[in-house]
Design a protein around this ligand. Structure first.
Ligand code: GTP
Length: 401
């Protein structure tokens, strides 16, 4: 590999998905590259590093950096950089493979390599080039992961931000270049096709590679040059839907439905909160923003990953901005002005749902029942009880891309 900088592939994926198995397969494959490895394990003892050391034909311990008792997406970000900096000083090698812990969020890990990290003494950007973000998906427990999250992680193991495994799994799927669908030996073909259809809907940009015991062709995950921070960050299926679909538009493939619900009348806060708390499990993913009557100051956001649902203030309506600032947004985004309402500005609802084996008509009816009635449109909305959190994150709803 003639690149000046050392290319890096990061393996993400939930606990037990097969990251170490993939890693060992790549290390013992015949690709002619000298590969150094970082293995991150949440426990005190780095079991994965031991498995890698035993199984691979790597020489001394020098080639495997073990980062234990914390996660490289949060607490150990700086430690990881310091270690890979020392490694690059110490010896020559062609490629760096990073196995993150099962609960690592991929975006901070990618940022750490692509942009460095303030707490670290080493700046990776001259030495390393992030090449491929890979997420290993466990085909065998894929659908159960969304039903309960229980298959992914033992109780109480949340990341520092309090995110649950289903949310982290969705992040790992939505932010990557390659999805390795592992444990295919345990799943019949028709189920694999359905899983692939869900994955393609959640993440249309990534290539999907089916594997058994991690038998991936190294060319699929090493030296692909596929990583592009901006593209990866915008690649989630729900973002495409939110940006490009302007109306209800279901599409179905292998029982996987993806549709946008859009309305310009506000929801009754109590009714929508109650519906959101009991969304059907068939909805694997829901994202977007909505208008809750009485909260004309703020756009409410929704984030459903498997059974985990979060909803609350998440952005500012453009209508609440001073006119000059608003015009800057309009100038920067042609088309934004098209949906502008004379009375309510950009206040509206746009929600994306990705579901499997699901008839969306009932949900659409139930969502419509949450909209204010004609009589309620004339009421004092400020008198409605507000079930949502009061605090606000300062993001623009329409910039929610
Ligand atoms: N049947 C089957 N078992 C597999 C496959 N890939 C891995 N395994 C087994 O699944 C278990 C977990 O695999 P690992 O490679 O350790 O998974 P991991 O993602 O590194 O797990 P953590 O490091 O705990 O997050 C091991 O017992 C593997 O032998 C596969 O394709 N099929």
């Amino acid at each position: 590999m003639s690149n000046d900088r050392i290319p890096v592939t990061v393996l993400s994926g939930s606990l037990g998905a097969g990251k170490t198995t993939v890693l060992n397969h790549v290390l013992t494959a015949d690709h002619g590259l000298e590969v150094a490895v970082v293995v991150n394990d949440m426990g005190e003892v780095n079991v994965d590093a031991e498995h890698v050391a035993q199984r691979s034909d790597l020489g001394g311990d020098d080639e495997i950096i073990e980062l234990s008792n914390g996660c490289i997406c949060c607490r150990l970000r700086g430690d990881m950089l310091d270690e890979v900096g020392r490694l690059a000083d110490r010896r020559e090698f062609d490629y760096l493979l990073v196995e993150s812990s099962g609960i690592s969020e991929p975006i901070p890990v990618a940022q750490t390599f692509a942009m460095g990290f303030e707490d670290a003494s080493f700046d990776p950007t001259d030495t390393y080039a992030l090449d491929t973000m890979v997420t290993v998906v466990n085909a065998h427990s894929f659908f159960e992961s969304f039903d309960s999250g229980a298959a992914l992680v033992e109780d109480g193991l949340e990341d520092d931000a309090g995110r649950v495994p289903e949310e982290v799994l969705l992040d790992q799927i939505e932010f990557c270049d390659v999805l390795v669908l592992n444990k295919c030996d345990l799943v019949p073909d028709d189920a694999l096709e359905e899983i692939e259809a869900v994955l393609e809907t959640l993440q249309p940009r990534a290539t999907i590679v089916r594997t058994e015991f991690g038998d991936v062709d190294p060319d699929r995950i090493l030296g692909t040059g596929a990583f592009d921070f901006q593209a990866a960050q915008n690649s989630a299926g729900w973002k495409h839907e939110l940006q490009h679909e302007h109306a209800h538009d279901p599409r179905e493939e292998h029982g996987v439905t993806s549709f946008v619900y859009q309305r310009d009348r506000p929801f009754h806060p109590y009714r929508i909160a109650s519906l959101l708390s009991e969304l059907p499990d068939e909805i694997v993913r829901a994202k977007g923003f909505f208008w809750s009557a009485g909260r004309e100051d703020v756009a409410m956001g929704i984030d459903k990953a498997g059974t985990s649902v979060r909803a609350g203030p998440s952005g500012q309506w453009l209508a609440t901005l001073p006119e000059r600032e608003r015009k800057r947004y309009f100038a920067a985004r042609p088309g934004l002005e098209d949906d502008w309402d004379d009375e309510w500005g950009d206040r509206m609802t746009r929600l994306v749902f990705i579901a499997r084996q699901f008839d969306e008509t009932e949900l659409i009816d139930r969502l419509d029942d949450c909209l204010l009635t004609d009589a309620e449109m004339g009421e004092n909305w400020d008198a409605y009880p507000d079930p949502f959190e009061p605090q606000e994150r300062r993001e623009l709803a329409l910039a929610n891309e």
